[in-house]
Design a protein around this ligand. Structure first.
Ligand code: F6R
Length: 363
């Protein structure tokens, strides 16, 4: 049931504050300001993580790499399942494999799970469908509590995956003696603010819809980000291409000058995902390179970032200020809305994009 919404996708986008709050409540102890360790996983004994998934779930894993490395000092290999399963890479004896899948049935992800298991790895599965094959075959199940996701383009399952992974990275950091009690509390507090911040982000809907009217006229679009905003740039580009059929690419902002800058002109807008953080200045210089070549910028930032950038943009989308540990969760909302409204203007079948299936059980 779509309720008052025109599509399942936009309904699911708007469900995210609730879904994230519900999922986080399962993984955080808000009274004590701590993250719960998933039963049975001994992070102190693990020396390497390998994270494997496909599509949007892969981008959730990509964000989690930054979190596990920073908060738990755990080296993380992140891989697309269709590559992981055939590459025959050596896996650490004390390694843990995390597979991420909304459906729990994706063929390549399941094959990766079986490969890792065969190599003696313990498997933790972040899944939305509890009765799925991947959940059944994993040693540890970390459920996302997103409820059924109907829109083919994944939205609430993605932020639910990020919620589980963020809480687990914090728990791992504490278990490994990397985070102090105070640091853990601060990270948990920041996570607990995410549903409210998402509500604020959803209020930008009308501004983003107006912008989408212009975006619907372009043939190509580039997304840039640094740090955890880099996987969000990849996710933003995937969302736009899969539902609006506009060609979009996500790049690490620092890679701009290594090739994609050759594409910049007034016909290719550049969406820059840049919260005001420790690497903001670096991203500003990439934006200046774009502007100097006549590129039009859609800047997604906060008030401090907008002031510091002081640039003419096609649009500046201003989110509340927040700790950099949670920007990936909140900045996802405007990129989802931008893709959604652009697709609506294009007149595509938003919930059932051509050539795509919700559950990819073939290779
Ligand atoms: C994109 C999308 C896909 C899925 C991918 C993995 O919006 O939905 O990229 O994320 O097919 O699916 P699951 O998570 O079911 O393994």
């Amino acid at each position: 049931d779509k309720g008052n919404y025109r599509h399942f996708m936009v309904k699911e986008i708007h469900e995210q504050p609730e879904v994230v709050a519900h999922t986080l409540a399962h993984y955080l102890d808000l009274v004590n300001g701590s993250a719960k360790l998933p039963a049975g996983i001994d992070f102190a004994a693990i020396d390497r993580l390998s994270i494997t998934a496909c599509g949007t779930a892969f981008f959730a894993g990509f964000v989690a790499k930054y979190w596990f490395e920073r908060y738990a000092r755990l080296p993380v290999d992140i891989d697309i399942a269709s590559e992981f399963r055939y590459r025959e890479q050596p896996l650490s004896k004390n390694g843990l494999s995390i597979v991420i899948s909304q459906s729990g049935e994706t063929a390549d992800t399941l094959a990766s799970l079986r490969y890792a298991k065969g190599e003696g790895q313990k498997i933790a599965a972040v899944v939305n469908v509890r009765e799925s094959t991947i959940a059944r075959e994993a040693d540890f199940v970390l459920p996302t509590l997103a409820g059924p996701e109907i829109g083919v383009a994944s939205t609430k399952a993605f932020t639910a995956q990020l919620s589980v992974l963020a809480a687990t990275a914090v728990a791992a950091g504490k278990a490994r003696g990397v985070l102090s009690g105070d640091e853990e509390q601060a990270l948990v507090r920041a996570l607990s603010e995410v549903p409210r911040l998402m509500h604020e982000a959803l209020k930008l809907d009308a501004q983003i819809e107006a912008l989408a009217r212009d975006l619907a006229k372009v043939k190509h679009c580039l997304y840039l980000g640094r740090g955890t905003s880099y996987p969000i740039a990849l996710e933003g580009a995937l969302k736009l291409k899969e539902i609006s059929y506009i060609h979009a690419e996500g790049y690490a902002a620092g890679e701009l000058k290594h090739g994609p800058i050759a594409l910049i002109d007034e016909d290719m807008p550049v969406v820059v995902i840049a919260p005001y953080d420790h690497i903001f200045e670096k991203t500003v210089s990439n934006m200046q390179e774009v502007a100097a070549r006549g590129g039009r910028i859609i800047l997604i930032t906060d008030r401090k970032g907008a002031e510091a950038a002081a640039m003419d943009t096609m649009a500046t989308i201003i989110l509340p200020e927040m700790p950099s540990s949670v920007t990936a969760l909140v900045y996802t909302i405007p990129v989802q809305l931008l893709a959604y409204h652009t697709a609506v203007f294009m007149g595509t079948d938003v919930d059932q994009p051509r050539n795509l299936a919700k559950s990819v059980t073939v290779e």
